[in-house]
Design a protein around this ligand. Structure first.
Ligand code: GAL
Length: 634
């Protein structure tokens, strides 16, 4: 596989006179890809129905002639102002009932029929015009679904669409009443059109109602995206992608990804650390200029799975961003490290956001590869270095990791609907498990919840999987790997009710969760031998062997054969204590990597990444601060 670089460019922001020079400099810098167009609707259709394509035709020409391949974005994340005159009720509505107004972006409700038709119309116009353009290399639909909290909408359009979705799913209102348990608190409905959205209720809504609303909302994104995909496919053979974001879980990315050839994502390590990585202040301070050492890697692995092996970084942070609470500059070397980290996890391409820093509007304080005056910014120098190194690097042969970690968007929604402890988050639990695996020096494949073949994995983990279909239980019990389940494995039915027999009801494993409790942050429960259970704990009964206990002797993890059930949320010491012996049992060699040092194996090389600001020696390797070391594997 040939690995390539690119950038995001907005020709509509810059005078026509600089385009040639920009294109030449991109090509000289070793870039292959240039993504354009994804916010340009007001320049493509200044008035409804009047298209102005000449400037985009020219941009294609100029960029293509310089040898670049264009990724064309559909501009549906930024409907122009006139769109609201045509569809005043197209805005998404927040949980407090307030419309989310015009004046930034993503101001639409996925359920609005009128806006869906407009999005299809502009997509068709672009697909017809550019679908076979020789400079076109790929497509991007919309931009970052879910960014700025834009999936759940409580609009009238969403309510009507939800009622329709429910009637198709349940066929009869009695079936819905039974599935949700609406006899409780006299919540029974007589007709589907009585069912409202689960916001503004007096106290919490029925969890089954909330979970269905989450599923519905995810389906709306899929339908919106598929409309674009179908239109583009009819006119173009170029691969189609969408640029996903970090820690956005309100729609099922596996579901969407199944419709497209490539998954891409937007990697902003420093913004994420401030804004969405679960970490304490000391960790944020230590990595303020590097980003969390696992957060990007986790998403690389996640989106590799979403893309069924084909994935890119569509937007790579090239310097300070503008949108986090604090926006430090990266340490010298980090732009290069982030780029190589993506390639080590199998990226086909890394594109930097953006080409030149914009002097106007919301993102004027966001770095580009170039400064606003056109001079190379520090990120450009590192991008060029990566380009030169890529030219000499061996090909990356994709290789299966020894460890598989299941990630399920529906489990994230179920935890969000019923966290039981303030802020308890499935994403966080899975991420902490991933961090522990990486601290042990392991490369990890993230697996979709539909996985039923676990061949080749030595260790498979499914933390927090609240709903577990029987065929998944069967497949896991038949796997040749060490398997770790829980907490909350199979704790709810698909309808979000409690199953009897009690969870986990796993074949061949005599363990039952007899009671659960959640814990205040200041009441961790120590484990015998070190570490603690925090946040959430289960009482376990059964005859399986206890392999981890509280200091009063009560079991926390129990094992039968190759299957281990974990009945609590372990802290960072506890989880490593659980996993290391299981790795030994699975024949997987582990290390104990120092803080901030991580590795990733490909078929040809072991990559070492030092995310700290000091030189580190590990396993006989000398790693410079913010440095990358490539060790050939024989
Ligand atoms: C991304 C987005 C870009 C730009 C960037 C700034 O989330 O897709 O358009 O806003 O953030 O960091």
């Amino acid at each position: 596989m040939k690995r390539t670089l690119g950038c995001c460019y907005y020709p509509e922001h810059w005078p026509r006179a600089v385009w040639e020079d920009d294109a030449r400099r991109m090509a000289d810098a070793g870039l292959t890809w240039v993504r354009i167009g994804e916010f340009a609707w007001s320049r493509l259709e200044r008035e409804p129905g009047t298209f102005t394509f000449d400037w985009l035709d020219e941009a294609f020409e100029v960029l293509g002639k310089a040898g670049l391949k264009v990724v064309l974005g559909t501009p549906t994340a930024t409907p122009p102002r006139w769109m609201l005159d045509r569809h005043p009720d197209m805005l998404a509505v927040d949980a407090a009932g307030q419309p989310r107004k015009f004046g930034s972006r993503r101001h639409y409700c996925f359920s609005h029929e009128g806006y869906r038709a407009e999005a299809a119309r502009i997509t068709r116009a672009l697909a017809e015009r550019y679908g076979r353009n020789s400079h076109l290399g790929a497509w991007q639909t919309d931009n970052e679904y879910g960014c700025h909290d834009t999936i759940l909408s409580y609009s009238d359009a969403a309510r009507r669409a939800f009622q329709d979705w429910l009637s198709q799913r349940y066929q009869s209102v009695d079936a819905l009443n039974r599935a949700w348990g609406n006899v409780f608190w006299s919540m029974e409905y007589d007709r589907f059109d009585q069912v409202d959205l689960p916001n503004l209720t007096v106290t919490e809504p029925n969890p089954s109602h909330s979970l269905d609303f989450r599923r519905f909302s995810s389906d709306q994104v899929k339908v919106f995206n598929r409309t674009q995909v179908d239109i583009i496919r009819a006119h173009s053979a170029a691969p189609i992608s969408h640029n996903y974001m970090g820690r956005i879980t309100d729609f099922d990315h596996f579901d969407l990804g199944a419709d497209m050839e490539i998954a891409t994502w937007d990697s902003y390590p420093l913004g994420f650390l401030e804004d969405r990585v679960p970490a304490d202040i000391a960790h944020k301070r230590a990595f303020a200029r590097q980003g969390d050492p696992d957060f990007q890697a986790f998403h690389h692995d996640l989106y590799r799975a979403v893309g069924r092996g084909r994935w890119w970084v569509m937007e790579q942070q090239p310097g300070p961003v503008n949108w986090a609470p604090y926006n430090p500059a990266p340490l010298p070397g980090m732009v290069r490290l982030w780029s190589w980290e993506a390639f080590a996890h199998g990226a086909e391409a890394v594109c930097y956001f953006r080409w030149r820093q914009a002097p106007m509007a919301q993102e004027m304080m966001h770095a580009g590869l170039l400064r606003p005056d056109g001079v190379d910014a520090p990120g450009m120098i590192e991008a060029q270095q990566v380009g030169q190194e890529l030219a000499e690097a061996p090909d990356v042969a994709p290789v299966q990791a020894p460890v598989g970690l299941i990630f399920d968007y529906a489990a994230e929604w179920a935890w969000a609907v019923q966290p039981h402890a303030a802020g308890a988050s499935y994403f966080q639990m899975v991420f902490e498990t991933y961090q522990a695996l990486r601290k042990l020096g392991l490369s990890v494949d993230i697996l979709p919840p539909e996985t039923r073949a676990f061949d080749g994995y030595k260790l498979v983990l499914a933390p927090g999987l609240m709903q577990m279909p029987d065929d998944l239980k069967q497949a896991l019990s038949a796997a040749q790997a060490q398997v770790v389940l829980g907490p909350r494995a199979g704790a709810r039915t698909r309808d979000m009710q409690m199953p009897v027999p009690l969870a986990p009801a796993f074949p061949g494993l005599d363990v039952r969760v007899s009671r659960v409790e959640s814990l205040r942050p200041d009441m961790p429960m120590p484990l015998e031998g070190g570490g603690a259970v925090t946040t959430y704990r289960e009482e376990l009964e059964g005859t399986a062997e206890a392999i981890l206990r509280l200091d009063d002797g009560r079991p926390v993890a129990m094992r039968a054969g190759r299957v281990t059930y974990l009945g609590g949320w372990l802290d960072s010491v506890g989880i490593v204590r659980l996993l290391r012996p299981l790795c030994d049992a699975a024949g997987v060699e582990t290390l104990d990597l120092p803080e901030g040092v991580r590795l990733r194996d490909t078929g040809a090389e072991r990559f070492w990444f030092n995310h700290t600001d000091a030189r580190v020696t590990v396993e006989g390797h000398d790693l410079p601060a913010a440095g990358v070391l490539r060790q050939p594997l024989i």
